[in-house]
Structures are given as C-alpha cells and as structure tokens.
Design a protein around this ligand. Structure first.
Ligand SMILES: N[C@@H](CCC(=O)N[C@@H](CS)C(=O)NCC(=O)O)C(=O)O
Length: 215
C-alpha cells in the first residue's frame, strides 16, 4: 500500500473532494494542513509543491499531484474499488459533466483569490460567491432532471452508488450554504447532496471533522 500524504485546508472544497474520495475508497493517509486564511498557500515551500498555490496536493509513491480531478482519477485507476466512475462511457460522460460544472463552472469563480480580487467588502464577496453558486446549482438541478428523464434515478447524484459526482457536489453544496444560497430552490440537488452527506465517507471528509477545523 503506497503512502499517501494530503495537503489540505479544512474549508477548501477542492480538498474536501479528495478527502471524500480517499474515504470512499477506504485509503489511509497522512494530512498536512495549509492555512489558506494565513496565506500559507503563497509561501515558497507550498509553491514548490503546487505551482498554482492551491490545495489540495497529494503525495503518492513519492510523486506530488495537484488538481482534484487528476488526483481523483489517479486514485480511481490505482484503487478501482469501490468504483467512483460508472462503467458505461455514456454514464461516465454524464457523470463527468456534473464534475466539470462544479470544477470549472462554480468553484473557480468563488475561490479565495477571486473573492479577494472582486472586493474588499465581506458582504460583497459573499454576494459574489452566492451568485455563482446559485447559477451553478441551478444548472446541476436541470442536469439531474435530464438524467432522471433518461432513467438515471437513485439516492445519490448519479444513481444508487456514490460516484465522483457526489464527491464534487457535496463540497460545493457545503460552500453554497456558506455563501447563503437558499438550496431548497434545488430539490434534486438537495436530496442527492443530503443522501451523500449522510454516508460515512462524507462524514469523515466533512470540514468540521478535520484537525485544522476552527470550532
Ligand atoms: N482546480 C483546482 C482548484 C484548487 C483550488 O482552487 N483550491 C483553493 C481552495 S478550494 C485554494 O487553494 N485557494 C487558495 C487561494 O485562492 O489563494 C482543484 O480542483 O484542485
């Protein structure tokens, strides 16, 4: 079993994704925390790990990886069970669409450095984050309706077992709530995220359950 080290921040939604995937696959790992509010992501030592100055980073078999999609796909290929990606190419593409809406369509627009650039006023930052989270969740709600019409039904975001779609949706749902989005406007998203959040893997990955959580 390879040794795994995750560089993480408790409230980072992208770190939460990787924690969720590691827990779903029951992979043990060491955690090194990077305090984003203290600016530790911009220190040279962290930039030497992550040229983007982001978390998460995963050290696996002596190699460092950044970008949660690449990390989670690597974990899937190295540790295929329990699978987080459906087998059929059609299902994989549908499920990956959900992943991408979160990964490229929501999170980058509400990232800390973007909020800092958008405004110095905490209320304006919150409104900015809420705007993009709301638009993104609305798109996911519509996608879930389309999937349901195609016969994809189940407890979770894409069917009846946890997939990468849950691994990406749950942290974004958590962020949307932090930004004050009324998630009840998105019943399919809410039902799927709540079902996934109730799993043991999601609980282990939850920000409040991390060693660097500020209570
Ligand atoms: N696409 C990247 C996004 C990584 C990312 O943006 N991480 C955020 C935390 S969720 C971060 O480190 N932000 C630091 C900053 O904005 O200064 C991934 O999926 O890993």
């Amino acid at each position: 079993m390879a040794s795994l080290v995750l560089y993480s921040y408790w409230r980072s939604s992208s770190s939460y994704r990787v924690r969720f995937a590691l827990a779903a696959k029951k992979l043990a790992y060491e955690m090194i925390t990077v305090n984003l509010l203290a600016g530790e992501q911009n220190a040279d030592v962290h930039k030497s790990r992550s040229p983007t100055g982001h978390v998460p980073c995963l050290l696996i078999e002596g190699r460092l990886f950044i970008e949660s999609v690449a990390i989670i796909e690597l974990l899937e290929e190295l540790y295929p069970g329990p699978a987080l990606y459906p087998k059929s190419p059609w299902d994989r593409a549908r499920m990956r669409t959900l992943v991408e809406v979160v990964n490229s369509g929501i999170q980058p627009l509400q990232n800390l450095k973007v909020l800092e650039r958008a405004s110095s006023d905490p209320e304006a930052r919150k409104a900015w984050g809420a705007h993009f989270n709301e638009k993104g969740l609305a798109a996911i709600e519509q996608l879930l309706e389309i999937h349901s019409k195609e016969g994809i039904r189940g407890r979770y975001t894409y069917g009846d077992s946890l997939t990468a779609a849950d691994v990406f949706l749950v942290p974004q749902f958590y962020s949307a709530k932090r930004f004050g989005v009324d998630t009840s406007k998105f019943p399919r998203v809410t039902a799927a995220a709540e079902a996934a959040m109730a799993t043991e893997a999601a609980r282990a990955a939850h920000p409040d359950n991390q060693p660097d959580a500020v209570k």
